[in-house]
Each structure stands twice: as structure tokens, then as C-alpha cells.
Design a protein around this ligand. Structure first.
Ligand SMILES: Cc1cc2nc3c(=O)[nH]c(=O)nc-3n(C[C@H](O)[C@H](O)[C@H](O)COP(=O)(O)OP(=O)(O)OC[C@H]3O[C@@H](n4cnc5c(N)ncnc54)[C@H](O)[C@@H]3O)c2cc1C
Length: 388
């Protein structure tokens, strides 16, 4: 980010993160990418360094680093190390699942769960999407039926679930009002549950999905067949699930926007180096007016994005980031990243198309950012609704 955005305390935190990434991520990243799975050792080491569950308060053993700039440093350092799959896996845990528990969990749930979010023993997934319900969550068919003892029985199927195979459980959106699952539910038809995989034989990860990029982070189908959920694992009120899911969207979308800005900055930095080194027609590629103009445009776009993201981070830190603003910043930053990384790839010529080059990996990674967490089209609908 630009000078002055971070304070000294953030830069001290960056040192910890940089060392962690160099020691615990970089040496293993290629192996994880090949295996399509991040080893648990990464989560445990992140926990040891205090890098999981940053926003958990001191009362529950955390550091209370709710200032989003700390999360951004993780993104920046993982982008710097070309370890984008790890960045995605951490986002799901810290920016999607944890906020739901922090915001809507009871005191008892905080005591039971927050330490596990920090110690690497509960790697979490967000399980909203289904084969027939992505943009339209009111089409969710997975259903939970209340048992006589107040617990729930869960049946259904999810898809595209990050940490789905490697993780220990999921924040599941399910229909709880008994309505006909072939029809879209009402706003109050859904509830959120924290569902554990352990000792729950009906909780079965399905196929590992072969993604085009971000391969180190596993993405899978999940199947629930008669999964037993204790009453204590309902988040908030029965019927409040969709409202809670919407309430965590601003943070999720902010995280995608900050990732987009981090990746763009890193790819541009690498591209500047590449075009200075690469010679054609007896001169470096950065001598061409086209290259210089292209770089000038990219840098200007990046700075505009960074300022926009910074303003949203400030709003988030003040507890004032609303859904429409978060949607705008995600729309802008993710579309910018897609275009910018594409231009940087072009400046690498044929090498940009080779997967050994980080720019090719980044190109595949940023393609997700305009889809996941709300497609650009859905974001535009959200933004446009306010313009009527
Ligand atoms: C790699 C990856 C990881 C993911 N990780 C997770 C995860 O961990 N947990 C999770 O729950 N989900 C996850 N997702 C799911 C992701 O959030 C959804 O794919 C996304 O919300 C879009 O839903 P869909 O795929 O069903 O597309 P659809 O909703 O079927 O959309 C198809 C197309 O139609 C457009 N469209 C749909 N509705 C409208 C409309 N009203 N107006 C205009 N255009 C419209 C969309 O923009 C899109 O272009 C992941 C997806 C991917 C690819």
C-alpha cells in the first residue's frame, strides 16, 4: 500500500508474517500446490505465530487485532511469496467463518469455539453454495430438521467449498422452516450452523474440484446425510441465517478487494523487473513507449484502487462498512486486478503463459475474484438497487 497507510506497529507485525511465510510457507508451497492441499503444519505454525483469528479479543485468548490492516499484511506477504492459495484458505477461515461466530455467536459459543479458531485445531469452511444455489442463496436446499432433544439433523449437498477436504468443519447455511426445497425460501427460512466433521460419519467431503488456479487451497463438494448437529451449534436465532450471511458479506468482500489490490501490486512490481531485464531488438522492453504507457496506466489504476480500498478499510475499522460500499470496492478492485494482471502477462510475452512464472499463476488466481463472494453482476445489482 501507499506510504503512511501502515503504522509502525503494522510494520512490526509484517516482520513476523514475513518470517513465518519464509519459514513455513515458501519451502512447501510447490508441494501443496501439486498435492492440491495445504498441510496442517501451516495452520499450526500460523497459530503459533498468532496469525489465526486475528480479531479474537484478549478475553478469549486473542490479540484483538480487529484493525483490518493486520489482515492485509498477511495478504501482501503471501502475494509477495506467490502463495496465493494460502491467502485464500486463510480468508475463508478469518474473513467468513470467524466473523459470523464473533458477531452472532453466544457467550458460550465464544468460549467454546474462539480458542479453536486460533490454535489451528478447527480449520473452517464456509458452506453456503450448492449446485443449484450460488448467487441466489434463497434457493438453498440443504435442510436441517429439529430433533426432539433440540439438536438438528442435516441433509443436503454443498459445492465449491474451500478447505472442504482439509478442514474440520463448516459454517453451513441450511433451510430450517420445513418449506418445500424445490421453491425459493423466504428470508426467514434459513439458519446458520457450525458443523463439525469429527464423529459425524454423515459429513462426507466429495470430489476434490480441479480448479484452474489457486490449487494449493482444496475446494470440494460436501455431502451431509443425517448429520447430527447439537443445539449449541446453531448460530444466533433460528431463521436468522440469511440475514447473518448478508451481515458478514462486507468483511468477506473487503477481503477480496484487499487481495485483489495486493496481487496487482505484486504482479506489477515483478513486471517492472521483467521488462527492465528482457531485451528485444537490442534494447530492454521497458524502453518502448507502449511499455512505458502501459506501466503508467497500470500504476495509476493501482494507486486509485489502493486509495479506494484504504477508504473502505477505514470504514470497516470504524464499524461503518456497509454492504453497498463493500460491493463497490470489491467490484472495482477485482475487475481492476483482472485487467491489470492480464496486461502484465502480456508484457511478459510467451513467458507470461508459462505456469512457472508467478504472473501466470496470478492470472489464474485473480480470475476467481470477480466470481467468488458475489459475482460482479450480483454486485452491480446490489449497487444499482441503491440508485433507484
Ligand atoms: C474456486 C471457488 C471457490 C469458492 N469457494 C466457496 C466457498 O468456500 N464457499 C462457498 O459457499 N462458495 C464458494 N464458492 C462459490 C461462489 O461464491 C459462487 O460460485 C458464486 O457466488 C456464483 O454462484 P454460481 O457459481 O452458482 O453462479 P450462478 O449464480 O449460477 O451465476 C451464473 C452467471 O449468472 C450470473 N447471474 C446470476 N444471477 C444473476 C442476476 N440476478 N443478474 C445478473 N446476472 C446474474 C452470474 O453473475 C454468473 O455470471 C467458490 C467458487 C469458486 C469457483
Amino acid at each position: 500500500m501507499f506510504a503512511g497507510f501502515y503504522d509502525e506497529i503494522h510494520e512490526e507485525f509484517r516482520e513476523v508474517v514475513r518470517e513465518f511465510v519464509a519459514r513455513e510457507v515458501t519451502p512447501h508451497y510447490q508441494a501443496w500446490d501439486n498435492a492440491h492441499m495445504i498441510d496442517r503444519s501451516m495452520w499450526l505454525a500460523a497459530a503459533e505465530n498468532g496469525l489465526l483469528g486475528l480479531a479474537v479479543d484478549e478475553e478469549h485468548g486473542g490479540m484483538g487485532l480487529g484493525d483490518y490492516r493486520f489482515r492485509m499484511i498477511l495478504d501482501e506477504e503471501l502475494a509477495r511469496a506467490d502463495a496465493l492459495g494460502v491467502a485464500l484458505a486463510l480468508h475463508l477461515h478469518d474473513d467468513w467463518v470467524l466473523p459470523a461466530v464473533l458477531k452472532f455467536g453466544s457467550t458460550a459459543q465464544h468460549q467454546a469455539w474462539l480458542p479453536r479458531f486460533m490454535d489451528g485445531s478447527f480449520v473452517s469452511s464456509v458452506a453456503f453454495t450448492e449446485p443449484g444455489a450460488g448467487s441466489d442463496l434463497r434457493a438453498v436446499r440443504t435442510k436441517a430438521v429439529k430433533n426432539d432433544d433440540g439438536g438438528w439433523t442435516l441433509d443436503g449437498q454443498k459445492t465449491f467449498i474451500g478447505n472442504g477436504i482439509s478442514g474440520d468443519g463448516a459454517l453451513v447455511l441450511a433451510r430450517t422452516d420445513g418449506s418445500d426445497v424445490r421453491r425459493r425460501g423466504a428470508e426467514s427460512s434459513f439458519s446458520l450452523f457450525l458443523v463439525e466433521k469429527q464423529d459425524n460419519p454423515g459429513y462426507q467431503p466429495g470430489r476434490q474440484l480441479e480448479k484452474m488456479g489457486l490449487k494449493a487451497s482444496d475446494t470440494a463438494e460436501l455431502f451431509f446425510a443425517g448429520v447430527q448437529i447439537p443445539a449449541a451449534n446453531l448460530i444466533g436465532e433460528e431463521g436468522g441465517g440469511l440475514a447473518y450471511a448478508k451481515a458478514i458479506l462486507p468483511q468477506g468482500r473487503l477481503g477480496i478487494a484487499t487481495s485483489a489490490a495486493s496481487i496487482t501490486a505484486e504482479v506489477l512490481r515483478q513486471t517492472l523487473g521483467y521488462v527492465a531485464e528482457r531485451q528485444t531488438f537490442g534494447q530492454p522492453v521497458n524502453e518502448y513507449q507502449n511499455t512505458r504507457f502501459e506501466l503508467a496506466q497500470l500504476q495509476t489504476g493501482l494507486e486509485a484502487t489502493q486509495r479506494y480500498v484504504a477508504a473502505a478499510v477505514e470504514q470497516f475499522n470504524a464499524g461503518e462498512l456497509d454492504l453497498v460500499t463493500a460491493s463497490k470496492v470489491k467490484l472495482w478492485a477485482s475487475e481492476q486486478a483482472k485487467g491489470s494482471v492480464d496486461s502484465c502477462l502480456q508484457l511478459h510475452g510467451g513467458y507470461g503463459y508459462i505456469l512457472d512464472y508467478p504472473v501466470a499463476q496470478a492470472y489464474l488466481a485473480v480470475r476467481l475474484l470477480t466470481i467468488f463472494g458475489g459475482t460482479s453482476e450480483i454486485l452491480k445489482e446490489t449497487i444499482a438497487a441503491e440508485l433507484r
